[in-house]
Design a binder for this molecule. Sequence first.
Ligand code: HEC
Length: 99
Amino acid sequence: MKLLLVSILFMSASTAQAASIYAGKAKAAAVCSQCHGVRATSSDAPFPPLAGRDEEYLRTALKQYRDKTRISDVMNNIAGSLTDRDINNIVNYYSRQSN
Ligand code: HEC
């Protein structure tokens, strides 16, 4: 239910609004954390944790979601509006969170 709600919120945001949503790493982390948490989520959570993960892995994953070479309805939608700078800010932030 929460997933559905968040997805609808994302789909209703225009591309222009989405760009400003992701402007800062703190805001981006606040968006992502709705599903992924800021620190490691519990092991039975439906979303993979991002905190403390390898920076290069996260960067590659996000670019694959953006390019749709990795398919996930939710993540393709979210990563589609991220710039290289946004991605760098986000992975920089998450990879430095301890879990
Ligand atoms: C609406 C919930 C939701 C939001 C918000 C969300 N994600 Fe995701 N994310 C998912 C789901 C579901 C998956 C698993 C998709 C799959 O199977 O590939 C995922 C997977 C990922 C992965 C791959 C992890 C792995 O272990 O391979 C990364 C990286 C990621 N998300 C980053 C982000 C970032 C960065 C943001 C914020 C810009 C974000 N996500 C926002 C739901 C979400």
